[in-house]
Design a protein around this ligand. Structure first.
Ligand code: ATP
Length: 279
């Protein structure tokens, strides 16, 4: 069908270079595609079911239509039972997780607010698609950073194929640290589950720490999913930022804000910091 032709990339047209990252489902390489520098994510499972390939094709047809300055630009995919790859723009600074953990570029609060705004705007765009795109795996390693420190949302819309890869390779550990309590309890996930994860990213931006670092996956599931515990918030953070995080972490998902509301509240915070800086 015409959708397939529109995004299909031939493996032989790609020049795959050095490895730039590893995820739970595969490996990401620097690549060249007709003179453009690209990122090539190669899923690690060797053989896919026809069903998984079909759903992968549907997802990539959809991703191909997305255009937003805060959403990673998708260029196409290699789809065959033996090899599934995603080709996208390459963001030179890697993930927000790496940026925060390397602690080499000290981020001031105005920059952190800008980054949070980038993520909220990209996510708002995905949630406003029809039908809405729920990310389901929003976390700092899926947020990529451009040369000028713009943040873009990556790795959305692939929950099905990722699930199949994950179940068969068991190479990763999963990431319950970012998952909403209802997702940890295996109940339904919707837009509001992404809002919870965004709250964890706000916590990472504020603390530069790894969420629930001392707990294993089962302990996080127990603490957040069943005992209603939340990450500890340092006292010296701006109260507005604290209230943003807390609103994202509501146990009752319906009470969590939307990305539209979060964008407005972050812009308020941005105005406050601009005024402080000027005076
Ligand atoms: P998971 O598979 O659980 O989602 P992940 O997000 O870390 O984990 P990948 O999406 O495979 O896994 O990405 C692995 C790493 O590769 C990222 O954390 C990032 O450092 C790097 N990376 C991925 N895509 C790009 C890209 N387009 N540009 C630059 N670096 C990238």
């Amino acid at each position: 069908n015409s959708d397939c032709l529109e995004y299909e990339i031939l493996w032989d047209d790609l020049t795959v270079g050095e490895e730039i990252g590893q995820g739970s489902c595969g490996t990401v390489f620097r690549g060249l595609w007709f003179g453009s520098v690209v990122a090539v994510k190669v899923f690690s499972k060797v053989e896919y079911s026809e069903e998984a390939i079909q759903s992968f094709r549907q997802e990539v047809a959809l991703m191909k239509r997305l255009r937003h300055p805060n959403v990673l630009l998708f260029m196409g995919a290699v789809t065959s039972p033996q090899r599934l790859c995603i080709v996208s723009e390459l963001l030179p600074r890697g993930s927000l997780f790496q940026l925060l953990q390397r602690k080499t570029s000290k981020l001031d609060w105005r920059r952190r607010i800008l980054m949070a705004l980038d993520i909220a705007r990209g996510m708002n765009y995905l949630h406003c698609c029809s039908p809405p795109i729920v990310h389901r795996d929003l976390k700092s390693s899926n947020l990529l950073v451009d040369r000028n420190l713009t943040v873009k949302v990556a790795d959305f819309g692939l929950s099905r194929v990722k699930h199949e890869t994950y179940l068969t390779t068991k190479s990763g550990k999963g990431t319950p640290q970012w998952m909403a309590p209802e997702v940890l309890r295996n109940e339904s996930a919707d837009e509001k589950s992404d809002i919870y994860s965004f709250g964890v990213v706000l916590w990472e931006l504020a603390t530069e720490k790894i969420p629930w670092e001392t707990l294993n996956s089962m302990q996080v599931i127990g603490a957040v999913g069943f005992m209603n515990q939340r990450l500890e918030i340092p006292k010296d953070i701006d109260p507005l930022w604290i209230s943003l995080m807390e609103s994202c972490w509501h146990n009752d998902a319906k009470l969590r804000p939307t990305f539209q509301e979060l964008t407005e509240r972050l812009r308020e915070l941005q105005r406050k910091y601009t005024i402080q800086f000027q005076s």
